[in-house]
Design a protein. Structure first.
Lengths: 627, 101
């Protein structure tokens, strides 16, 4: 055996400013060989992957959250600091730091490089997007830069094929002879005067090694003249949002119909081949109908995240935050809350997780509190079901469909109440605390790399499927169980479900829900609807299917129109705008806020609003109908 | 109270002394250089030291060239500022701590 050949993977950690193209570089290096998880205890995304050097050595790559400094003000930045310092629990200390910098925007990045040197780990600098920089007229003296910084400097272009060859090609040499440690681990939280001194040093190095073209990126400048224009900017943003939601609802339709048809065919197959009885009922009504009712949202989630990922990679999301900051600020929210709240239209869970971009804890808590009020896609099937059953399919002014207008109204009420609640929360909880500053870099516009977007989409889809496959599926089995047991006695005359546990729970809740017009059928659906809102539709289907046979489930809308009054239907819509009908969201709130308290606050205020809204809607509708 | 807003006299005194003026009061198209980062308690919700550090980390260092490129739709707030080669968006309230001439 040759002596002391190291066999374990070489650990490389990616560090850099936000928007330096770090994630694109990570995707280019690792491709699909990456794993997304959470760091234990905190909900910071941990992205790791592998790639091979030309000699076949395997390199383990850890993508750390972007930061301007190791001073760590948010949980994300704490992860970066601890990982870089080798103090992150359960993570091996990196063998080398790969600092990534946008070659067109080196000034702030070089200050971070100088700060990172003090950590005392071998490190190298990758000048990313080097092709764009050169095309724009930047000239780099790479040897001089490397000499001044005292670390190896490579170039990369994450968005071009072969753009990481320089980097990968030098890995073997770097692993064999790692660059010397630049300093002996003397990093400490820098003071203001140290920050000034390192920035001056960075400016000096920049002046010595890089020749800038003299004028900034003209394309970005020209685009911003329009896109950040006080009037056109807002108009364009609204148009972008309109196209996005239009796409979520219309483009997804064929795929959703396909998924639905597929599961129906599967159910029919089961019905044909399994003997009638408990097993058939479990597989068809419990498993297949349950999984199908959740999977049907996958197309919408994929389309929404497609827009979010593309807009983010383009650099437009930061502009959207700029345009919306004042509006959000008026409601006591941070401009950065725009992105999490936008994501909450798909699902509050990624939205709440995305609040990590907000540094300040109070601003973050406010955003987390209101995120579940944004109309998530899980509410859509409930809305669609009730609207198509109770709102006539008419045209208003020969232009808009009445059903569409009602849907729009439900969205608008959700947004308005989110702004109102945050306005109140800010004054109720944090009256004496000042608001967090809004400071954000506006990166130059860049064309997104399709592969990077695809990888991002794949990760989001898998996250959703995992959730659908675990929480929601098990709740569907539970509701099936509650609706099927105990079995009706021999010679029973009533429908089977009248003898089940579900009916018992629903009836027990009836005194509480009678003032808002909900009978026990609805209660049976609302209880498992706590697992996830969309489950309520499937549960109503289960309740009516078990009661009235398979045809009733097919025509559930028609069945509801017969069994519910208009007041009940509208009250249920009002309930659904506010109700905390999603255990996963509550679980994420608990995890993100680090305790039961804010989860309890969310649950309490939402259920109070829901009950009040349903109560008012039910009684007003009845009065109007009677009058 | 954790913060105090700039009283009228302070702002008037700053503007009266002609040159260094807070970036937060400048209009779109303003070009100049940073004279000082003076984050006193008045400027924002953050403790002065923290605001100073954050501004420094985003490249707002004495001597840097600044230009106001864009203003927000409502109340001309926030502003997009070109700092040497980077563009940073921030609210006028925080920009009050950046003295320019």
């Amino acid at each position: 055996m040759s002596a002391a050949e190291p066999v374990g993977p070489w650990h490389l950690a990616l560090v850099g400013n936000p928007n330096c193209g770090k994630t694109a570089l990570f995707n280019a290096l690792t491709g699909s060989r990456q794993k997304v998880a959470n760091y234990p205890g905190v909900t910071v995304e941990r992205k790791s992957g592998q790639f091979q050097t030309p000699s076949g050595r395997s390199v383990h790559l850890l993508d750390l959250p972007g930061t301007y400094s190791l001073r760590a003000r948010s949980p994300d930045e704490q992860v970066t600091r601890d990982a870089v310092l080798g103090k992150l629990a359960g993570e091996s200390a990196p063998d080398m730091l790969l600092c990534v910098a946008d070659a067109t925007n080196l000034r702030i990045a070089l200050r971070l490089v100088l700060e990172l040197k003090k950590v005392g780990r071998p490190m190298m600098l990758a000048l990313n997007m080097i092709d764009i920089a050169r095309k724009r007229g930047f000239e780099f003296d790479l040897d001089r830069l490397s000499e001044e910084l005292g670390i190896p400097v490579v170039t990369s272009t994450a968005v071009r094929r072969g753009g990481v060859e320089d980097l990968v090609g030098r890995m073997d040499a770097l692993i064999a002879a790692p660059p010397a440690k630049a300093a002996a681990g003397t990093w400490a939280v820098p003071t203001a005067s140290e920050l000034r001194a390192t920035q001056r040093e960075a400016d000096r190095i920049l002046a010595a090694a890089v020749k800038a073209p003299g004028r900034p990126d003209t394309l970005t400048g020209r685009l911003d003249t329009v896109l950040l224009h006080p009037v056109f900017g807002i108009v364009i943003l609204l148009a972008v949002l309109f196209v996005m939601f239009q796409a979520v609802f219309t483009w997804a339709q064929p795929a959703m119909e396909g998924i639905k048809a597929g599961f129906e065919a599967l159910g029919a197959l089961v019905q044909a081949y399994l003997p009638e009885g408990l097993l058939q009922s479990f597989v068809q009504d419990g498993v297949i109908a349950g999984v199908g009712s959740v999977l049907v949202f996958l197309p919408q989630i994929v389309i929404l995240f497609f827009f979010i990922l593309v807009l983010e990679d383009l650099g437009y999301l930061a502009r959207a935050a700029f345009l919306m900051d004042r509006v959000m600020g008026g409601a006591g929210l941070h401009g950065r809350a725009f992105i999490p709240l936008l994501s909450s239209f798909a699902c509050a869970i990624p939205g709440i997780m995305a609040t990590r971009v907000i540094d300040n804890r109070r601003d973050r808590l406010t955003t987390i509190l209101v995120a579940p009020l944004m109309t998530c896609s899980a509410r859509i099937p409930v809305y669609v079901l009730i609207i198509s059953a109770f709102v006539p399919d008419e045209e208003v002014l020969g232009l808009f469909s009445l059903q569409g207008l009602v849907m729009f109204g439900l969205y608008a009420i959700g947004i308005a109440s989110a702004l109102l609640v945050s306005f109140v929360a800010k004054r109720l909880f944090w009256r004496d605390h000042p608001t967090e500053p809004f400071m954000l870099e506006l990166p130059d516009y860049k064309l997104p790399r399709p592969k990077s977007v695809l990888i991002g989409l794949y990760t989001k889809a898998m996250m959703f499927l995992k959730r659908a496959g675990t929480t929601i599926f098990s709740m569907m089995v539970l509701i099936w169980f509650l609706a099927s047991f105990p079995r009706p006695p021999e010679g029973a005359t009533e429908p089977a479900i009248d003898y089940s546990l579900a009916a018992w729970i629903g009836k027990a809740l009836e005194p509480i829900t009678a003032p808002i017009g909900f009978d026990w059928h609805i209660n049976v659906a609302l209880v498992p609807g706590m697992a996830a809102r969309e489950v309520a539709v499937a549960a109503l289907g289960t309740v009516y299917a078990i009661e009235g046979g398979a045809e009733a489930a097919d025509k559930i809308g028609a069945t509801l129109a017969q069994s519910w009054s208009l007041a009940t239907a509208l009250a249920l819509l009002a309930w659904y705008i506010f109700a905390p009908q999603c255990a996963s969201t509550l679980a994420v709130i608990r995890r993100e806020t680090g305790g039961w308290r804010w989860m309890a606050v969310s649950f309490g205020y939402m259920i109070a609003l829901a009950y009040a809204a349903a109560f008012v809607t039910y009684n007003v509708t009845r009065l109007l109908a009677a009058g | 109270m954790a913060h105090v807003f700039p009283d009228v006299q302070t702002v008037a005194a700053l503007s009266a002394s002609a040159s260094p003026l807070p970036l937060g009061t400048a209009r779109r198209g303003f070009c100049g250089r940073i004279d000082a980062i003076a984050a006193t308690g008045h400027a924002a919700g953050l403790p002065a030291g923290e605001l100073e550090s954050r501004l420094l980390e985003l490249g707002f260092v004495e001597g840097a060239r600044v230009e106001i490129l864009h203003e927000g739709t409502f109340g001309r707030d926030p502003i997009a500022v070109r700092v040497n080669d980077a563009t940073i968006a921030l609210r006028r309230r925080e920009a009050m701590a950046i003295l320019v001439s």
